[in-house]
Ligand binder design. Structure first.
Ligand code: DON
Length: 588
């Protein structure tokens, strides 16, 4: 790598003028997308305190309480953290349909009591018929209608393969997969009372569900309105699909009647997924991406998630500063500078490892961070247009969910999974009860065109047959002396990686307990748009300092949710993020 224009670079440097134009366009499009999805940031929503719990023998922190309790029950019955996580994953497909899923995908990071670490990549894949031009309109521009709202956006679901692989390889052996699916079947078959957390879809999601009769009949009342709190949600088709899976194993999802119904429904809605795409799907075990931060070890998700690489890159940059003794404004400023640089690298370099040679070792190296650090002016914001990197340049929240699990044996699981938007594309495959994702919007539909979270990408993340779109999901386990110390992760699209960064910094540099670390207001910058998003409660003097140094600061509604566990000398301390409402930390 040769520094260029004072920045780590290796390729094309655009002229200032064309950069400004590109960035302005990207900023505008991203804003439109964000507001379309989220409604304008109110700046009024306050963040409450985290619900916390302490325990000694096991703990689950998850967004939906019925599922969290399913996990603790498995732990009490002698299961390990992987058994519990698998049971929670299936249960949330029933009780938290906006993001819990078997029709989507995600990532699991595992620390084992014997000291080993593992990750399971169960990201969705693009059907074989998807090409680099699948999400363009006739003029060759990115068409968000195709990548976000149409059946073309549906990736081949990975959750069933991922949870089954995790269980087969890392479960305790005390439970069969069927045992771990059983609570989900009961919840689907008998139904459960709808709570504010579990179901009522916001208007935007309700209108998406209403497009498909197969979805509306399950998740909406006959008049099209959202169910009321206390209504019973029974999902018989989903119970049948889960039962078939429990009896026949994961192949019964990827082949045979369930797979045929999924492929049939996708095609009937105008998509291109085939039964063969489902048959070919495989979850992949990958070596975790590793880093260190002030003596702690970071274990996180490698590509096709960008999360782990970017988290480690930002931490490496920050390690060169004495954050613990900086005031909050300086801490925020330095974090924002690190964010800009890491997200620029994300945009240019990262993609599905089956087609891209991701420079993970380079991006996570301490000396690479040192080169970036040398470009940071400690008193002036660097404009995004000045951050040149890369070789070949070519809103609506609550739609992903993270849960953390620890057991008394020394195992830990950090799992984030998603349908992308709330309720994914909104389509339930008729007769299956399975909601399908719209994950393929995470590809760069066209070089430089933002996805729904305003993230840009280039050739490394172009759509293509069988490819996994680049993710921001960052399930992470921080180790201290080789043992689990912090288990964290979050939903929030592009905000996920910076959320995890701030949880780590809050605990390690700011010395916060886990409740404080999770509820503390967060900031975010993702290189483009060139602005800092600040949650309510970010102190005025922090905002003023960022502005005085040249950052554009805009308010942001809270919509991440870092359900986390810290292992303390007093036991497991869990914190359920207050932002989404209703999450539960529960242990025994
Ligand atoms: O994989 C990703 O990065 C996105 N599909 C995650 C979406 C998400 O977190 C939405 N949650 N608010």
């Amino acid at each position: 790598m040769t520094p260029q224009n004072g920045f780590p670079a290796g390729g094309t440097a655009r002229s200032g003028a064309s950069w400004s134009a590109l960035l302005a366009l990207i900023a505008l499009l991203a804003l439109i997308a964000l507001f379309a999805l989220r409604g304008a940031a109110s700046g009024q929503e306050q963040i409450g305190g985290a619900q916390t719990a302490t325990a000694h023998d096991g703990m689950v922190v998850a967004q939906e309480p019925l599922a969290a309790r399913v996990g603790v029950d498995i732990l009490k019955r002698g299961g390990n953290a992987v058994d519990a996580a698998v049971a929670v994953g299936f249960a949330m497909a029933v009780t938290y349909p906006r993001a819990g899923n078997i029709g989507g995908g995600g990532f699991m990071v595992i620390h084992r009591a014997n000291g080993d670490n593992a990750t399971i990549d169960y990201r969705e894949t693009a059907p074989a018929a998807i090409t680099a031009t699948s999400f363009l309109e006739a003029q060759g521009n990115a068409d968000p209608e195709k990548s976000r709202n149409s059946a073309l956006a549906i990736g081949v679901p990975g959750t069933v393969a991922g949870l089954a692989l995790a269980e087969a390889k890392y479960g305790s052996g005390r439970f069969t997969l069927a045992d771990l699916i059983a609570p989900a079947i009961t919840l689907a078959r008998d139904g459960f009372a709808v709570s504010a957390t579990t179901l009522p879809p916001p208007p935007f999601a309700a209108s998406r569900l209403a497009r498909f009769p197969s979805s509306a009949k399950i998740f909406l009342k006959p008049d099209g309105s959202a169910p009321s709190i206390g209504d019973r949600l029974v999902q018989s088709d989903l119970a049948n699909s889960l039962e078939a899976l429990a009896k026949g194993g994961p192949r019964a999802f990827y082949e045979g009647p369930t797979a045929e119904k999924i492929a049939g429904a996708v095609q009937a809605a105008g998509g291109v997924m085939s039964a063969d795409d489902l048959k070919q799907y495989r979850a992949v075990e990958r070596a975790p991406v590793r880093g260190s931060y002030r003596g702690y070890d970071i274990v996180s998700m490698p590509p096709p998630s960008s999360g782990g690489v970017e988290l480690i890159e930002m931490l490496n940059i920050l390690e060169g500063y004495d954050l613990a003794h900086d005031d909050p404004a300086q801490q925020a400023f330095l974090m924002v500078e690190a964010m800009k640089r890491a997200y620029a690298d994300r945009a240019f370099y990262l993609g599905d490892p089956s087609t891209v040679d991701n420079p993970v070792t380079r991006l996570t190296a301490k000396n690479y961070a040192a080169q970036w650090r040398a470009t940071i002016d400690p008193t002036h914001a660097t404009p995004a247009s000045m951050i040149h990197t890369g070789g070949s340049v070519g809103g609506e929240g609550r739609n992903t969910t993270h849960f953390s699990v620890v057991d008394r044996f020394g195992n830990a699981v950090s799992n984030t999974y998603t349908l992308n938007f709330s309720y994914g594309v909104g389509l339930v495959a008729e007769g299956t009860g399975i909601l399908l994702n719209n994950e393929l919007d995470d590809f760069a539909a066209k070089p430089g065109s933002p996805n729904a979270y305003g993230l840009v990408g280039f050739s490394a993340n172009a759509p293509g047959p069988g490819k996994r779109p680049l993710s921001s999901m960052t399930p992470t386990i921080v180790l201290k002396d080789g043992k689990p110390f912090l288990i964290t992760g979050s939903p929030g699209g592009s905000r996920i990686i910076t959320t995890v960064l701030q949880i780590v910094v809050n605990v390690i540099d700011r010395g916060m307990d886990i409740g404080g670390a999770v509820s503390a207001p967060r900031i975010h910058n993702q290189w483009v748009p060139d602005q800092v998003y600040a949650e309510p409660n970010v102190p005025d003097n922090v905002v003023a300092t960022l502005r005085a140094r040249g950052d554009k600061v805009v308010p942001q509604r809270p919509f991440t949710s870092a359900n986390s566990i810290l292992i303390t000398p007093d036991g497991f301390a869990g914190a359920a993020d207050p932002r989404e409402g209703g999450a539960l930390a529960v242990g025994y």
